[in-house]
Design a protein around this ligand. Structure first.
Ligand code: A3P
Length: 347
């Protein structure tokens, strides 16, 4: 059982005894195994296989999480979801959203993020939902409850997508690919041979990677963000790197917690930008192997330091040939054509 910041309010509900839990979980696992047996499968980047479920490639663990969300999660109209394709800025946004929502509770100079790192700021619902039985109860989280997810918009229950606000962050797919390959290569099962970058590239271009296809994921949030900008705020990692204060103010206003003129005058915006910057967060002891981590499943715990690599725009240049770059840019162009969205079409 992992807990989140504000532990007095965030302790999640503990359910049935371990034995009952194991019995029922194995029943449930049986059901999931039956479902998985019917789904197309492909080579995964971290584990052996991912499965095509309703148009998206998912690991068996997160398929279980998705089914539990559908069955057990009751959204509140005040909930705010942070959604992103993997490696597009979840860690950064987690820190920023938590800092915005709790800025009247904590001094920025002695902030819990400095002790715990962003992963502990709020739950990653895709897997946290099954860390307790029959599903984690999030009722004790402070309002607004904040959740992170990598699920595509269309996979989530409409009870959530029609009720809650979403912040979506995306990134040049070339950088997302490179970041994801580094990240999942480190987490890749030691029983499997390493996944060469060229093979990961090929799979990515074909849409085959955890939570992919990348482009369908992005468009799934982009389209409703255009129809209901008050419900989905669509951000780009590159814009945030370029003008963090501008994007932060947009984010706070969207969350219903705009900065006052006085806060702006006092430099609160810049302080939050600095608190959550790559340089600051990645240099903290807790994010450098100092004991912090994110528990995804009973077996998979990822140390905080794995969520910080370079934090730059354009690292793809160190991995892709000109030809590889052109191919992804062409796919991006084709997929996003007519949508009004452009991504990563750098010279
Ligand atoms: P790189 O691998 O390109 O460095 P996610 O948080 O969605 O898993 O994404 C991780 C990516 O965001 C990594 O990119 C990581 O270095 C970068 N990142 C993490 N924290 C950041 C921060 N505070 N500011 C900017 N980038 C950050």
């Amino acid at each position: 059982m992992s807990t989140y910041l504000l532990p007095d309010q965030n302790d999640c509900h503990h359910g049935a005894s371990i034995n009952a839990q194991n019995d029922i979980q194995s029943d449930e696992q049986h059901m999931i195994n039956n479902l998985l047996a019917t789904l197309p499968k492909a080579k995964a980047w971290r584990s052996e296989h991912i499965f095509l479920y309703k148009g998206f490639w998912l690991s068996s663990e997160v398929i279980k999480g998705l089914l539990l969300i559908h069955k057990h999660f009751t959204p509140q109209p005040t909930d705010i979801f942070l959604a992103a394709f993997m490696k597009c800025g979840t860690t950064w946004l987690k820190a920023l959203m938590f800092a915005i929502a709790n800025r009247h509770r904590y001094k920025l100079s002695d902030h819990p993020l400095l002790r715990t790192g962003p992963q502990s700021a709020f739950p990653f619902i895709d897997t946290h939902i099954f860390l307790d039985y029959p599903a984690t109860n999030f009722d004790n989280l402070p309002v607004p409850r904040l959740f992170a997810t990598h699920f595509a918009h269309g996979l989530l229950p409409t009870s959530i997508t029609s009720t809650c606000k979403f912040v979506y962050v995306c990134r040049d797919p070339k950088d997302a690919l490179v970041s994801k390959w580094h990240f999942l290569s480190k987490l890749r099962s030691k029983e499997l041979p390493p996944l060469p970058f060229d093979e990961a590239y090929e799979l990515f271009c074909n849409g085959v990677s955890e939570y992919g296809p990348f482009w369908d994921h992005v468009l799934g949030y982009w389209k409703p963000s255009q129809e209901s900008p008050d419900k989905i705020l669509f951000l780009k990692y590159e814009d945030m790197k370029k003008e963090p204060s501008v994007e932060l103010k947009k984010l706070a206003a969207f969350m219903g917690m705009p900065f006052t003129a006085e806060e702006e005058k006092e430099g609160v915006v810049e302080e939050i930008v600095k608190l959550c910057s790559f340089e600051n967060l990645s240099s903290l002891e807790v994010n450098k192997g100092g004991g912090g981590g994110q528990k995804f499943t009973a077996k998979v715990v990822v140390e905080n330091q794995e969520f910080f690599r370079k934090g730059e725009v354009g690292d793809w240049k160190n991995h892709l040939t000109e030809e590889m770059k052109d191919r992804i840019d062409n796919i991006t162009n084709d997929k996003l054509k007519g949508s009004g969205l452009t991504l990563g079409l750098t010279k």
